[in-house]
Design a protein around this ligand. Structure first.
Ligand SMILES: C[S@@+](CC[C@H](N)C(=O)[O-])C[C@H]1O[C@@H](n2cnc3c(N)ncnc32)[C@H](O)[C@@H]1O
Length: 458
């Protein structure tokens, strides 16, 4: 899409620097220096010499950000980007912006994993004081060169009603069509052929088990009520697809076509996930992470375990099977809609207590004996805890609460190396040890990764 003239002019006023690229940094950047200042450069590789356009930072800034626009001396690990709208070099040559979401697409897959391992090791050392070799494991089947794995995709809509995505850290919208990182069922909807006028955002969920996908339409303010049913009717006309309107501010989900949820599965377990409710994005992530959790914490029949930040119950279901009816699973989820899903998904397992609320508050309420609150039935202590917080991590309060509960093991699932390393530092200071660390490449062509850490008392 052509940029507005004013924006293109402003872009071209920004300095263009010739840089030598150094180590990778957290967040998908590579570190370079220019006249003593640190520059965080995207779309580059260590050892390269590039021309990069400064995107953020002025004379008073401690560091600048820049995007590679031309490679002068390429790395041997540089490959052709699999997705044109996200190819920064192509975009720069065409005078347009690249979309975010595949910022490592120019790097061969094995090297992407080596870079992620280096970033993870650096975060461990800096934030937890832990020196450790890190290896990043690929997904089980390296699906078509790291493509076709996203079962969830979010899109914007441009002023002409076309499917679009945002350029990185920008309000600029770029029309998109096929998204090669997404599963075929998302591309098969050909949403780019639908007139989406009146819609601000589109979220698509297409379960890896092939069950009916769900398209959520988030309307623009002031869209007339009759507009969304018309959009819903035009989506994927010859296919089974559900469509619902989602108004996040009102917390309102309205059925437009089909149902308001998707049917997910992991092993023998079935899960219903409503609307914007959380489900792991990579098609293999539920199975890989559930196996890592079970192999790590080894729940025994009769154990009392907690599944914190439990979502729709991905880990609660196999934990319930492992502890049996003689054990208990406390499954805690903050989002009311997702917690309702967990209740439905686990209604056949009487050993599971579904509690909706923030983890720190629920732990305080469920284990009052630790704080000397009298007059309440006391829950037995926990043998094992699984926690899978959002990107911000669990934080010091929750780590302290878990330490007070003295479980045998804590299995920490994380999608952010920095918050994981910070929280690991809190555990280590309280006398815990990191027994197992597994890092998975469940977001190929992006800088993201997923982790399972097993903590035991030293
Ligand atoms: C990374 S997801 C993990 C969900 C689940 N373990 C899974 O793998 O499907 C994190 C979940 O934590 C929930 N959440 C976020 N902050 C929370 C909090 N303070 N207390 C409880 N749940 C929270 C979110 O709604 C989300 O469902």
């Amino acid at each position: 899409m052509a940029e507005p003239a004013s924006s293109a002019a402003a872009e071209n006023d920004r300095p263009l620097l010739e840089l030598s690229i150094g180590n990778p940094a957290h967040g998908g950047h590579f570190v370079a220096r220019h006249e003593g200042r640190v520059i965080f450069v995207r779309h580059a590789l260590p050892g390269e010499r590039v021309l990069a356009r400064v995107t953020d930072g002025g004379a008073g800034s401690g560091f600048w950000r820049a995007d590679t626009v031309e490679v002068l001396e390429p790395s041997a690990h540089r490959v052709a980007h699999p997705w044109q709208p996200a190819d920064a070099l192509l975009a720069a040559a065409d005078g347009r912006a690249a979309v975010g979401g595949a910022e490592f697409g120019h790097i061969e897959l094995a090297e992407q994993r080596r870079i992620k391992a280096a970033v993870f090791a650096e975060q461990l050392q800096r934030l937890a004081g832990v020196r450790r070799e890190v290896e990043v494991e690929p997904a089980r089947e390296e699906h078509a060169g790291g493509l076709g794995w996203r079962t969830r995709a979010g899109f914007a809509v441009d002023a002409a009603g076309r499917l679009a995505m945002h350029a990185h850290r920008s309000g600029e919208l770029v029309p998109v069509q096929q998204m090669p990182l997404a599963v075929d069922a998302i591309n098969a909807l050909t949403l780019w052929d639908t007139d989406l006028a009146g819609v601000a955002r589109v979220e698509v969920a297409a379960p890896a088990n092939g069950s009916t996908p769900l398209v959520l339409l988030i309307p623009q303010p002031g869209t007339p009520p009759q507009r969304l049913p018309a959009v819903a009717a035009a989506i994927g006309q010859d296919r089974a697809v559900s469509v619902a309107a989602w108004e996040p501010e009102q917390g309102r989900l309205t059925r437009l076509r089909g149902r308001t949820w998707v049917q997910e599965s992991c092993g023998v377990h079935q899960y219903r996930v409503t609307g914007e409710g959380f489900w792991q994005i990579h098609r293999q992530a539920p199975a890989i992470l559930a196996a890592a959790v079970l192999e790590g914490i080894r729940p025994q029949p009769g154990d009392h375990v907690a599944d914190l930040y439990a979502g729709a119950g991905l880990f609660s279901a196999p934990l319930a099977a492992a502890v049996g009816e003689g054990g208990r699973v406390l499954s805690v989820e903050g989002s009311p809609g997702t917690s309702r899903d967990a209740r439905k998904n686990l209604h056949d397992a009487p050993q599971v207590d579904i509690v909706q609320g923030k983890v720190d508050r629920v732990l305080r309420a469920e284990f009052p004996q630790r704080r000397g609150t009298p007059g309440r039935q006391v829950r037995r202590g926990l043998d094992a805890v699984v926690l899978d917080p959002p990107r911000a991590g669990a934080g010091k309060t929750v780590v302290r609460q878990l330490d007070e509960l003295r479980p045998r093991v804590v299995g920490y699932v994380s999608c952010d190396p920095a918050s994981f390393a910070r929280d690991l530092g809190y555990f280590l200071a309280l006398g815990w040890e990191l027994e197992t660390l597994r890092v998975f490449d469940l977001y190929p062509h992006t800088h993201h990764m997923e982790t399972f850490g097993l903590l035991v008392r030293a």
